[in-house]
Write a protein that binds this ligand. Structure first.
Ligand code: GDP
Length: 439
């Protein structure tokens, strides 16, 4: 499924992997490639254009979690935007009470409508409902027989009659379903090879007569933009509630899946992923986006890193800095965070206001270990307010961490210096970073 798009995305992300950060220029290059990939996947032109615009904006406004590489950040952004493009999730069938719930399926001939009717009947039965199908496709010669066979296969009754009047068959089918105490009636309506006036008139007449609670358009995903264009035409004539995309198992490109929601505004409810009755799945935009990119591990890494960088906490820190209340305990908290994420520089850059200003700063990891040992030997109050650290307290701390009083005093001195500088920076003044070098 979607193999070619996955390959194309992978090469775009790879091309960013050597870069230090996301910039206007490298994101533009990447987006050009993404757009090409989408168009080759037969995604609607406007949809592809808007998608790239959204990704670009999200990428340029992305929080700077410097432990991540631009390629990784972009993967997460693209996945989120793909999810949005195909979402929101809306697979649940709304059952009316009292029943029966009437579901009408519409679509072009060969799209998989009849097969989907049976798959859906099987699905609603798995939800504890009693389904019945009605053969309203009087156009395709074998459609009635096919539905009857499928019905027998899954033991679901099928109403059919020898008639040319689809409205009459639909109405009689509903009556029959009520008589049978069915909870859900699925109408398999007529298809044509192309959308034409006759087809539209017929399906809208059936819809008027049967007043279905839900109308789903069945689309063959392998026909790409043709599927999307016909979906648009159906949507203009019928009050569609959603789309069922069939043959996703054979769709290497993904153009229909990626465009149909954006073009029609209607959610993708289910996906057909094979010829068998069980091959119908609820459509989950997030999972589908994940499959398209095939990079679940990278996405979870980015999510983890971003959750470490909590915006609210950053705001709180910034306020503390501005008020000169940034304590050694805050400092330690930030340090332990970067242990999970790797790289002391990342932590420094994550401090509000520091991003982009710390490139020339080389911080020794060993030195940080010493600092951590000193801070951990302090009491809570001492960490909060280093002003209380008298000579005797410093001696106690030095003994506690196995370092000298000079080491402790050195840390306190440089901490105070940097706290003053943080205060300056957090309150908007851009000071020199050299004061941080002492840390
Ligand atoms: P209709 O003319 O719209 O009623 O189409 P059919 O239900 O007869 O389906 C046309 C063909 O598509 C049949 O051979 C089905 O087995 C096949 N088909 C339907 N849904 C799927 C699907 O999700 N995956 C695959 N691989 N084939 C499907």
């Amino acid at each position: 499924m979607f193999e070619s798009l996955t390959d194309r995305f992978n090469s775009v992300f790879k091309s960013l992997s050597g870069r230090g950060r996301i910039t206007e220029s490298n994101i533009s290059d990447a987006m050009r490639e993404v757009r090409k990939a989408l168009l080759e996947a037969d995604v609607n032109y406007q949809v592809a254009k808007q998608f790239c615009k959204d990704v670009r904006e999200a990428a340029l406004g992305a929080e700077v979690v410097q432990s991540l590489k631009p390629g990784q950040v972009l993967i997460k952004i693209v996945q989120d935007e793909l999810t949005k493009l195909m979402g929101p999730e809306g697979s649940d069938i709304y059952y009316v009470s009292p029943g029966p719930t009437v579901i009408m399926l519409a679509g072009l001939q060969g799209c998989g409508k009849t097969t989907t009717a049976a798959k859906l009947a099987n699905y609603v039965r798995s939800e504890g409902k009693k389904p019945q199908m009605v053969a309203v496709d009087l156009q395709r010669p074998a459609a009635i027989e096919q539905l009857k066979t499928l019905g027998e296969q899954i033991d679901v009754p099928v109403y059919c009659e020898d008639s040319k009047d689809s409205v009459k068959v639909a109405k009689n089918g509903l009556k029959d379903a009520k008589k049978n105490d069915a909870d859900v009636v699925i109408l398999d309506t007529a298809g044509r090879l192309h959308v034409d006036q006759e087809l539209m008139d017929e399906v809208s007449n059936v819809a008027k007569a049967a007043t279905p609670h839900q109308i789903y358009l069945v689309c063959d995903s392998m026909t790409g933009q043709d599927a999307v264009n016909s979906a648009k035409e159906f949507n203009d004539r019928l009050e569609l509630d959603g789309v069922i995309l069939t043959k996703l198992d054979g769709d290497a490109r993904g153009g229909a899946a990626l465009s149909v929601k954006a073009v029609t505004g209607k959610p993708i409810k289910f996906a057909g992923v094979g010829e068998k009755i069980e091959d119908l799945q609820k459509f989950h935009p997030d999972r589908m986006a994940g499959r398209i990119l095939g990079m679940g591990d990278v996405v979870s890494l980015v999510e983890k890193a971003q959750s470490e960088y909590d915006e609210k906490e950053a705001d709180k820190l910034k306020n503390k800095m501005a008020e000169g209340k940034f304590g050694l305990d805050d400092f330690l908290k930030q340090m332990s965070k970067i242990k999970n994420m790797g790289g002391i520089m990342s932590m420094m850059k994550m401090l509000p206001g520091m991003a982009g200003k710390m490139d020339d700063l080389d911080v020794d990891e060993k030195e940080f270990k010493r600092i951590e040992a000193i801070i951990r030997s302090m009491t809570y109050n001492e960490r909060k307010d280093p002003e209380v650290l008298t000579a005797s307290r410093r001696r106690r701390i030095a003994a506690g961490c196995g370092l000298t009083v000079n080491d402790v005093s050195g840390l306190i001195k440089t901490f105070k210096r940097s706290r003053d500088m943080m205060k300056m920076m957090a309150s908007g003044e851009t000071g020199s970073m050299s004061a941080m070098k002492g840390l």
